[in-house]
Design a protein around this ligand. Structure first.
Ligand SMILES: NC(=O)C1=CN([C@@H]2O[C@H](COP(=O)(O)OP(=O)(O)OC[C@H]3O[C@@H](n4cnc5c(N)ncnc54)[C@H](OP(=O)(O)O)[C@@H]3O)[C@@H](O)[C@H]2O)C=CC1
Ligand SMILES: O=C(O)CCC(=O)C(=O)O
Ligand SMILES: [Mg+2]
Length: 735
C-alpha cells in the first residue's frame, strides 16, 4: 500500500537509545534529502506508539494514533517499500507493564495489563496487549531474507583500530551447558508438504478428551513443517543439576534465552529457571506467592517486589540465595541478577559479551569471574560451546588480522522457530499432541506430559528458494568460503538440505558451497577467519540472529556497525540499522550524566543503502548523489575517529552527527555530478566548517549533567529535542 502520503523513505520511530539518536540525526537527514527533493517521513513502531494504536476506544481523539505497524506491514509487500528500520523494544511483560503505567501517568486512560483475565472485556484487553508483546514488529516487516555484513570501510577501520579483547586461558572454567535429551533439539520431527494444506493442532488427553489447541493453520505447497517439544521434567532436572554443578565448580551461574523473540516458549523456560533457583521457597510458600500475583516467568525482580512485605518469605529467599552459587549479574551495583527480568539477558548479545571478555561475566561482588552459560535447548547451544572450546585452545581472536564472517539468513515470512509463537503451547495435561491435516492425515504427533512446551515452526518454499539464490549471488560477489550451517542429522535441516542441493546443482555452483552442522561450521569458520580469510555463513533464522551479533562483536567490538539489508521478496527494500538492539543502558547514562554513547554507524550505512535503492529502483539521480555523499562522509568519520566514546566528556552521539553532517555537506559541495546540489551545499559546508568550534562547544556544554526526557517509553518531543539538539548554531544551519 503505497499512497501519495508515503514518503520516498520511511524512517521508523522506535524506542530507547536509537530513538534518542533520531531526535538529533533525523532533522539532518530530512534537511539534506529535502534539498534533493527526496522525502523522508516517519512511522511509529515504538512500544508506546503500538500500545496507543491498540486502544483507540480508551483514548481521546487527540491521543489516538493510527496503526503504523500494520501500514508498514502492507507497504513491505510492495515494490515501493523503502524503509529504514531501527531497533525497537521487543517487550517482555515487565517492560509492557512499565510502558502502560507511564502512559497512564501522562493521562492516557489505558486499561491495566490483566494478569489473570476473567471477564470477556479483560480477555479482550489481554489479547490486545499480548499482540504487542515480544518481537511483534520484526516478523511483520521482514518480508525478505537477511544479508548482514560489515561494509569494507568499516572492517578496514576495525582492523586498523582493533578494540580490546579479554584474554582466554586454557584452564578457564567457563563453559556452555545444554540438555542431552528431552529438549526441542532431540524431539524434533519435520516434513515437507507436497500440496497446500490446512492443519489442526489438538491435544488428545490420556482420558480420551480432545482439546483443539489451534485450528486453521494454513501452509502453501512446499512448506517445511516441524514439530517438537521440551519436556518440563527433563528441563527441571537439568536446571537443578546445573545449579549444583556451578556451585561445585565455584563459578557464576547464568541463563541465556531469547525471551523477547521466542515470546511464548522462552519466558516459560526462564520461569522454570526462576523456580529451580528458589525451589525450596516455592515448595514452602508457593500458594501464598501465587496469591500475591507472583508469576515466575516475569522474573525475580517482579517476584521480590511482590513478596517485599512478607518477612518470612524474604528470609527464606535469603537463606536459599546464600546456598546458591553466585549469579551472573546484569548490574551488580544495583543488585540486578540474570534472573531479574526476562528481557535483560538476551542470548544473541549476552553470549558474545561473555566471549569477547575472554569467558568472563560480572559476579555479585562486582568482580569478573568464569561462568556456566546455561542454554537449555541443544539446537544452537553447540555454536557457543564450540566457540568457547576453540578460544580456550587457541586464545582470543585478533581483530587486527581476523577475516570477516558475513551472514545470509533465512528470515522471510516468519521462517522457522522465530515465527512459531502462534503454534507454541504450554501443555495443560498429559496426552498426545497431534497435527492433523484437513484430509485426516496425521502429520506429526508427540506424547507429552503436563507442563511440556510443544511448538511447531515452519519455513515456506518461496523464502527458502530466495534464500539459496541470495547465497549464490553473495558467494559469487565475494568469491570466498560459503557454508550452509545445516545438520543433516537434524530433522528440519535435512528437509532444507533437500531444497538446497538441487538449487546449487542446477546453478552449477555446488562445488562453491559446503554443508556442515553448526558445531563443525563454527570451528571451520573460526579457523578461516583466524587465517585472515572470509566466510559466508548461510543459516536459518535463529543462527542469523546469533551469528550477526557474535562475529561482529568479536571482529568489530559491536554489531552496531553492521550493514543489514533485507531484500524484500516483492521488490522493495528494508534497511535495518546494525544488528543490535536499543541499548537501554545508554539511555540510563544519558539521563544520569548527559552523555549518549550510541553509535549511529548502523544508521549511516542503512541510509546510504536506502538512498542507493531509491537511485537504482526509481532512477532518482539526486538520490544517487546523496548516497555517494553518505559513503564519503561515513568513511571520513571513521578515518577521523569521530564515533562516540563510552565516557562523559568524550565525543558523543550528537557530536558524531555534527561531524557526519559536515562531511556529508562537504562531499555534496565538492561533487560534480549535480551542480545544483553542489551549489546548495557549498554554503552549508562552509557554515558547518566555520561554525565547528562554536557547535562543539554548545554540544559539549550539556555533557556531565542529568538530562530530562519527560518520559522513558513515551518521551516528550520538546524536551527530547532540547536534550538532543542543544546547539543553536547547528540548528540554525540545518533549519
Ligand atoms: N532489531 C531489533 O529490533 C532488535 C531489538 N532488540 C531489543 O533491544 C533491547 C535491548 O536488547 P539487548 O539484547 O540488551 O541488546 P542491545 O544490542 O541493545 O545491547 C547490548 C549492548 O550492545 C551495545 N550496542 C548495541 N548497539 C549499539 C550502538 N548502536 N552503539 C553502541 N553500542 C551498541 C551496547 O554495549 P555497551 O553497553 O558495551 O556499549 C549495548 O549495551 C531489547 O528490548 C530487545 O528486545 C534487540 C535486538 C535487535
Ligand atoms: O526482534 C527481536 O526481538 C530481535 C531481533 C534481533 O535480535 C535481530 O534481528 O538480530
Ligand atoms: Mg539479534
Amino acid at each position: 500500500m503505497s499512497d501519495n502520503n508515503t514518503p520516498d523513505i520511511v524512517y521508523t520511530k522506535v524506542d530507547e537509545a536509537p530513538e534518542l539518536a533520531s531526535a538529533s540525526f533525523l532533522p539532518i537527514i530530512q534537511a539534506f534529502a529535502g534539498a534533493a527533493g527526496v522525502t523522508v517521513g516517519t512511522r511509529d513502531i515504538s512500544l508506546a506508539g503500538r500500545i496507543i494504536a491498540a486502544f483507540p476506544d480508551y483514548l481521546s481523539d487527540d491521543q489516538k494514533q493510527a496503526d503504523h505497524l500494520a501500514e508498514l506491514g502492507e507497504l513491505v509487500k510492495t515494490a515501493d517499500a523503502n524503509v529504514v528500520k531501527l531497533p525497537n523494544i521487543s517487550a517482555s511483560v515487565p517492560q509492557l507493564v512499565a510502558a502502560v503505567k507511564e502512559l497512564q501517568g501522562q493521562g492516557y486512560a489505558l486499561p491495566d495489563y490483566p494478569e489473570t483475565p476473567e471477564s470477556e472485556a479483560e480477555k479482550d484487553v489481554r489479547a490486545r496487549y499480548d499482540g504487542l508483546k515480544g518481537s511483534a514488529v520484526n516478523p511483520v516487516l521482514r518480508e525478505g531474507n537477511s544479508d548482514r555484513r560489515a561494509a569494507v570501510a568499516v572492517k578496514n577501520y576495525a582492523m586498523a583500530n582493533p578494540h580490546r579483547m579479554g584474554k582466554w586461558s586454557a584452564d578457564s572454567k567457563t563453559h556452555v551447558s545444554f540438555m542431552d535429551g528431552g529438549d526441542f533439539c532431540s524431539n524434533e520431527v519435520s516434513a515437507t508438504l507436497d500440496a497446500a494444506a490446512t492443519a489442526k493442532i489438538e491435544l488428545v488427553g490420556e482420558d480420551g478428551s480432545v482439546t483443539v489447541l489451534k485450528d486453521g493453520v494454513s501452509y502453501p505447497a512446499g512448506t517445511v513443517v516441524d514439530a517438537t517439544f521440551m519436556s518440563a521434567a527433563a528441563l527441571d532436572d537439568f536446571l537443578a543439576k546445573e545449579i549444583e554443578e556451578t556451585k561445585k565448580d565455584g563459578i557464576l551461574f547464568s541463563l541465556h534465552m531469547k525471551a523477547t523473540m521466542m515470546k511464548v516458549s522462552d519466558p516459560i523456560i526462564f520461569g522454570h529457571a526462576v523456580k529451580a533457583w528458589l525451589a525450596p521457597v516455592f515448595e514452602q510458600f508457593g500458594e501464598e506467592m501465587k496469591a500475591l500475583g507472583v508469576t515466575p516467568n516475569s522474573g525475580l525482580g517482579d517476584l521480590l517486589a511482590r513478596v517485599e512485605g512478607k518477612p518470612e518469605i524474604m528470609a527464606a529467599i535469603e537463606k536459599v540465595t546464600a546456598e546458591r552459587p553466585p549469579m551472573y549479574m546484569v548490574n551488580s551495583d544495583r543488585g540486578i541478577t540474570n534472573l531479574h527480568v526476562p528481557s535483560d539477558v538476551i542470548i544473541d548479545a549476552s553470549m558474545p559479551a561473555v566471549i569477547r571478555a575472554g569467558g568472563k561475566g560480572w559476579g555479585p561482588d562486582g568482580e569478573e569471574a568464569d561462568v556456566n552459560c546455561v542454554i537449555p535447548d541443544g539446537s544452537y547451544a553447540p555454536v557457543y560451546d564450540e566457540t568457547i572450546k576453540y578460544f580456550k585452545q587457541t586464545g582470543a581472536l585478533d581483530p587486527s588480522t581476523s577475516g570477516t564472517v558475513q551472514n545470509i539468513g533465512l528470515m522471510a515470512q516468519k521462517a522457522e522457530e522465530y515465527g512459531s509463537h502462534p503454534t507454541t503451547f504450554e501443555i495443560p495435561k498429559a496426552g498426545t499432541v497431534r497435527m492433523v491435516l484437513e484430509n485426516g492425515d496425521v502429520l506429526h504427533e508427540h506424547k507429552v506430559a503436563a507442563g511440556d512446551i510443544w511448538r511447531s515452526a515452519s519455513a515456506r518454499k518461496a523464502p527458502i528458494e530466495d534464500w539459496v539464490k541470495l547465497a549464490i549471488e553473495r558467494q559469487a560477489a565475494e568469491g570466498c568460503e560459503a557454508i550452509f550451517w545445516l545438520d543433516e542429522a537434524r530433522a528440519h535441516d535435512a528437509e532444507l538440505i533437500r531444497y538446497v542441493k538441487p538449487i546449487l546443482e542446477a546453478a552449477g555452483v555446488a562445488d562453491k558451497f559446503q554443508i556442515l552442522s553448526p558445531a563443525k561450521a563454527t570451528r571451520q569458520t573460526l579457523e578461516t577467519i583466524r587465517k585472515g580469510e572470509n566466510s559466508i555463513a548461510i543459516t536459518g533464522n535463529v543462527l542469523r540472529d546469533y551469528l550477526t551479533d557474535l562475529f561482529p562483536i568479536l571482529e568489530l567490538g559491536t554489531s552496531a556497525k553492521m550493514l543489514s539489508i533485507v531484500k524484500l521478496m516483492q521488490g522493495g527494500g528494508l534497511f535495518e540499522t546494525g544488528a543490535g538492539g536499543s541499548a537501554p543502558k545508554h539511555v540510563q547514562q544519558l539521563v544520569e550524566e548527559g552523555h549518549l554513547r550510541w553509535d549511529s554507524l548502523g544508521e549511516f550505512c542503512a541510509l546510504g543503502e536506502s538512498l542507493n535503492f531509491l537511485a537504482n529502483a526509481k532512477g532518482n539521480k539526486k538520490a544517487a548523489v546523496l548516497a555517494k555523499g553518505v559513503e564519503v562522509a561515513t568513511q571520513k568519520l571513521l578515518e577521523n575517529d569521530n564515533s562516540p566514546g563510552r565516557k562523559v566528556g568524550q565525543t558523543d552521539n550528537r557530536d558524531s552527527h555534527f561531524y557526519f553532517a559536515m562531511y556529508w555537506a562537504e562531499a555534496l559541495a565538492a561533487q560534480t555530478a549535480d551542480s545544483e546540489l553542489a551549489a546548495h551545499f557549498k554554503p552549508v559546508a562552509e557554515a558547518l566548517t566555520s561554525g565547528k568550534d562554536a557547535i562543539l562547544a554548545e554540544l559539549g556544554a550539556t555533557q556531565g549533567q542529568p538530562a530530562d526526557l519527560g518520559g522513558y517509553y513515551h518521551t516528550d518531543p520538546a524536551k527530547t529535542a532540547a536534550v538532543m539538539r542543544p546547539s543553536a548554531t547547528l540548528n540554525a544551519i540545518i533549519g
